[in-house]
Ligand binder design. Structure first.
Ligand SMILES: Nc1ncnc2c1ncn2[C@@H]1O[C@H](COP(=O)(O)OP(=O)(O)OP(=O)(O)O)[C@@H](O)[C@H]1O
Length: 989
């Protein structure tokens, strides 16, 4: 059971908390603004971010829950894992939003309850609802097992918050179920819960054990990452789809009816992750243990940032994700890029004092948007297997039916073939049916003729008794009688004419009878199978109606055959196109993979040659298979053309048939009118037979007239005959075409076999390629490990380098001096420019120092760097990477790396200096505010100061307020410049 949106992106929500009392007291400005009606936030004056959800300051807890968490909790009832992750600086509201610090004593008002307590309530309400529904519907009630775990990650140690025994903590291990792609904790207590209150008690007890401490920024700051997990196991009776059996066995596409139900076991895990604050160490003013905690927190979050970057990298191509770099990322492995619906809530402060932290949070969250997870419901294996087996049984039953009917047989060579006798049998049966129809028609004709004979006999005896015809068996006197009247031209003409009429009549009756019989058969078939089935079924091709030749049914059957053949071809085409697409994607992926491999293999020449040969062979082989598939596709297109031609000739045939039928009807109409005319004239002649001369005259006229008429009719009749002959010719052609169609179908069958063969080969090829991929991936992982170690060494060297560089201090001093000067009236941009110049100059000077370390770095950095997306330095290294090794290229590459590093350092230094400036200005703003407060107090002091004194205070207040406005403008300006500098260079992570 795969989810519809099984490729689900990690959703990101931003929550901006209201300003706290301290920020209000400091009269901090609000630096964030949310676009109304849009999930968009702007920080500073013009830097905007868009997320899946954005909640501004006044948003209530229940609104947040309903908008983002409710759906995820519902999903756990269908077996989908979920993770909610709160990220942000200290005091930004992570714990408040998640509800991790729940107080079961009930001091927390309902309004303030976070996501976890609400989810607990929701889960148990859901359980009750489902049980009640099952009861009402007379079904077996589902059984639920809910258990919870609560751990914290403190200084890279996993601590079970539900365990009293702190000694067992060392035994906690992270395990992985590779088959399910699931990460779990060994040695962690899992507590079964029976009610929402149980969950809340567990939450409270765990929260009490959690490591918190007061920092500069939050009185109760969480010093660890907390993961609260609710596991749900559900056993329920789920309806199963039973395929209905058709007459010819059970086909795969047969409609299904949900009649039975079977036991289904679903499991799901919901992780609630409350991360520790992401702020810089400096801001919390932490020292000692707090500082150590801070470093550990930042390492974890840095690793998380690297994982997010790797997963959300360019075009979703992920080569290596460093999950194992920290325990936090390892624990969240299945929530990031794995089997879980994941939501990250970025918590932020609106105040300008937290400008830099908020900007960092927004950047971090922005990258998480690109992560794609693969979400699959956790259904137990047994239910899955039962479903698969049921399908298999249906297919086997269908096959068995075909064997029973003799449609399929096993040849002497053990190969399965379609039975010729079966087809012959069906053909003969159709022939018998056709003849049976004809016999019936002839019987009906005979019946009509018999009736007509009786009528004529009666007429004859009537005329004889009336004396109009001589009696005594003198048949010669009867004008309608043949041979004896040869000498009488009128009589012979009339006789011939009558004979012809009789023949035509007989034919007409037979045609009517045949058509009636066929019509009956059609309506019988319609009522038996329904119209759709008749027109679609390919068995109609062999039906008696089709073989019966001519008529509407024959036409519709051939149309059905053509339609079926076209559909078959369409299906084949689609399959081939899909397979070719798949193949193209695989080839493309492999090509890309090859590129990556190529890069790495520049340093492993021997391996490279072998691998290249293998890959070349693989490519050739795949090309060959692709060509074969393309040829097959071409042949099928040709066949398709032929089927179209068949269809056209079929249409022509139908037209001729229609003409023929119409003419026949007209002729029969005219025959009957001529017949009545003849009767009338005969009666006249008989009545006036006394006057022979006049009679002769009249007879002559009548004769001439009739001869003319008969001639015309003969002409028409011969035309009709020509039409009939044409019809016959077309029918022959049609049967030839039907044979051709059969042949084509046989050929398509053969082609299918070939295609199966090709697909097999393709599969084998893919298997081999995968094997190769696995080997390469292993090698790549090894190389990446090596590369990481080298990265660490580089980082170490860089930090030592930086420590040595005293120029930073000098530069800052210079900057501060310049700033002071600028405060006295110099324009802002000039100041920034000079600051940057100073930075550049310092860096230039510093480059000379750096050449010493450069040799060391040179030795450390070799061309074997593997691609990864961890941080800007690694990005630079990857960007400047060249495919083949040469001293010149290596030098160029080194220069590019060095330039990048310099650029990055300059950018970091500028940002750091700007942050310091911002902090200094914030501090200045604070002192101005205090000064204002003091002046205001003096102004309203009791007893009130004198007028003069108050005037002086007022003047002072004016100038201090102006100063405040100036400082605030400065803060805004630096914030703007900060965003610009940050955007201009590499990203901070
Ligand atoms: N949306 C909000 N509405 C009202 N108060 C809030 C909101 N968000 C946070 N707060 C308050 O702000 C203070 C700090 O919040 P909280 O402890 O949740 O921050 P945190 O991000 O978890 O910090 P840390 O990382 O240090 O643990 C708390 O007193 C909390 O009640």
């Amino acid at each position: 059971m795969v989810n519809d949106d099984d490729n689900t992106s990690v959703k990101v929500a931003l929550r901006i908390r209201p300003q706290n009392a301290r920020e209000k007291a400091q009269q901090c400005r609000i630096c964030t603004s949310v676009t109304p009606g849009e999930p968009q936030v702007t920080i500073g004056s013009d830097k905007s971010f868009t997320f899946d959800f954005v909640f501004d300051q006044p948003t209530a807890q229940n609104t947040i829950y309903e908008a983002i968490a409710e759906k995820l909790v519902e999903g756990t009832f269908d077996g989908y894992n979920a993770t909610v992750l709160a990220y942000g600086q200290t005091g930004s509201g992570k714990t408040y939003t998640m509800g991790t610090a729940y107080d079961a004593a009930g001091t927390l008002p309902e309004f303030d309850l976070g996501i976890i307590p609400r989810a607990a309530q929701h889960i148990f309400n859901g359980i009750m609802e489902r049980k009640l529904r099952a009861k009402e519907q007379g079904r077996v009630e589902p059984i639920f097992d809910i258990s919870v775990q609560f751990v914290e990650l403190y200084n890279e140690d996993i601590i079970d918050l539900l365990s009293e025994d702190r000694n067992t903590q060392a035994n906690i291990k992270i395990g992985e179920n590779v088959e399910k792609g699931e990460i779990y904790l060994k040695g962690v207590h899992s507590q079964t819960v029976k009610s929402p209150l149980d969950i809340l008690n567990v939450l409270k007890n765990g929260a009490l054990n959690r490591t918190t401490a007061a920092t500069n920024m939050n009185q109760q700051s969480s010093r660890s990452h907390a993961i609260f997990t609710i596991s749900m196991k559900q056993q329920r009776m789920a309806p199963i789809d039973i395929p209905t059996s058709a007459e010819n066995g059970v086909s795969e596409s047969a409609p299904t009816t949900p009649t039975e139900s079977e036991l289904e076991v679903l499991t799901a895990k919901f992780h609630f992750v409350d991360l520790a604050g992401s702020e810089r160490l400096k801001r919390t003013g932490a020292t000692g243990d707090r500082a150590k905690e801070g470093i550990s927190i930042n390492c974890g979050l840095l690793a998380l940032g690297n994982v997010i970057s790797a997963l959300g990298g360019a075009q979703g191509k992920v080569s290596h994700v460093p999950y194992r770099d920290s325990k936090l990322t390892r624990l969240l492995q299945d929530s990031l890029g794995g089997n879980s619906r994941t939501l990250m809530i970025a918590c932020a402060s609106p105040s300008d004092v937290d400008f830099v932290e908020t900007l960092n949070t927004l950047n971090y969250a922005n990258r998480a948007k690109n992560i794609k997870n693969k979400v699959v419901a956790n259904q137990d294996k047994t239910s899955k297997i039962v479903g698969e087996l049921r399908g298999r049984i249906a297919a086997l039953e269908a096959e068995l039916n075909e064997y029973k009917q003799g449609k399929r047989i096993i040849g002497e060579d053990g190969q399965e073939t379609l039975n010729d006798q079966y087809h012959e049998n069906i053909f003969l049966q159709s022939e018998v049916n056709r003849l049976r129809t004809r016999v019936k028609a002839l019987q009906e004709t005979a019946e009509v003729l018999r009736g007509r004979n009786v009528t004529l006999q009666v007429e004859l005896s009537r005329l004889t008794s009336a004396g109009l015809i001589p009696s005594g068996g003198d048949e010669n006197a009867n004008p309608m009688n043949g041979d004896a009247n040869d000498h009488d031209p009128i009589a012979s003409t009339i006789r011939n004419y009558l004979e012809e009429i009789e023949n035509l009549k007989t034919q007409l009756i037979e045609a009517h009878a045949t058509s009636d019989e066929l019509r009956k058969q059609i309506s019988k078939m319609k009522s038996q199978f329904g119209v759709g089935l008749i027109s679609n079924s390919s068995s109609v091709f062999n039906s008696p109606v089709a073989a019966g030749g001519g008529g509407l049914v024959g036409y519709s059957s051939t149309t059905a055959v053509i339609k079926a053949a076209k559909e078959e071809i369409e299906r084949e085409k689609k399959k081939i196109v899909e397979e070719l697409d798949d193949e193209a994607t695989t080839v493309e992926d492999e090509m890309n993979e090859d590129e990556v491999l190529d890069e790495d293999e520049t340093m492993h020449d021997e391996d490279e040659e072998d691998s290249e040969d293998e890959q070349e062979n693989d490519t050739k082989e795949r090309d060959r298979i692709c060509n074969d598939l393309a040829t097959l596709q071409e042949e099928i297109s040709i066949k398709e053309q032929l089927v179209i031609q068949l269809e056209q000739s079929e249409a022509r045939l139908a037209q001729v048939r229609r003409d023929y039928e119409r003419k026949l009807a007209e002729l029969s109409q005219r025959i009957s009118s001529t017949e009545s005319e003849r009767d009338r004239i005969l009666a006249d002649i008989n009545a006036k037979s006394t006057n022979s001369k006049a009679t002769e005259e009249k007879v002559k006229v009548v004769k001439e007239e009739y001869e003319r008429k008969i001639n015309t009719m003969r002409k028409e009749f011969s035309k009709l005959q020509a039409l009939e002959r044409e019809h016959e010719r077309m029918r022959n052609q049609q049967s030839r075409q039907q044979n051709e169609l059969k042949k084509y179908q046989h050929e398509i069958q053969e082609m299918k076999k070939n295609k199966v063969e090709l697909m097999k080969q393709l599969k084998e090829e893919n298997k081999r390629v995968k094997e190769l991929e696995r080997t390469n991936a292993k090698r790549l992982a090894g190389m990446e490990k090596e590369s990481r170690q080298k990265d660490n060494r580089i980082r170490m060297l860089e930090s030592r380098d930086r420590q040595r560089e005293e120029f930073m201090k000098r530069k800052t001093e210079e900057y501060n001096n310049k700033l002071k000067q600028q405060n006295n009236g110099r324009p802002a941009n000039a100041r920034l420019r000079s600051s940057n110049m100073a930075t550049q100059n310092s860096v230039m000077r510093n480059q000379q120092n750096r050449t010493v370390t450069r040799n060391t770095l040179n030795a450390t950095f070799n061309v074997s760097q593997t691609p990864n997306r961890r941080g800007p330095l690694r990005d630079l290294i990857n960007q400047s990477k060249v495919l083949t090794y040469s001293p010149v290229k290596a030098k160029k590459r080194w220069n590019a790396i060095e330039k990048g590093i310099t650029r990055y350092i300059v950018q970091r230094q500028t940002l750091d200096t700007m942050t310091e400036e911002m902090n200094r200005q914030l501090a200045e703003r604070e002192s101005i505010r205090q000064e204002i407060q003091k002046l205001e107090n003096n102004f309203y002091e009791v007893p009130l100061p004198g007028i003069e004194e108050r005037y002086v205070i007022q003047e002072e207040l004016k100038s201090v307020n102006e100063k405040l406005r100036y400082v605030e403008d400065q803060i805004e300006r630096v914030q703007k410049e900060f965003v610009t500098v940050e955007e201009s260079g590499m990203k901070l992570y």
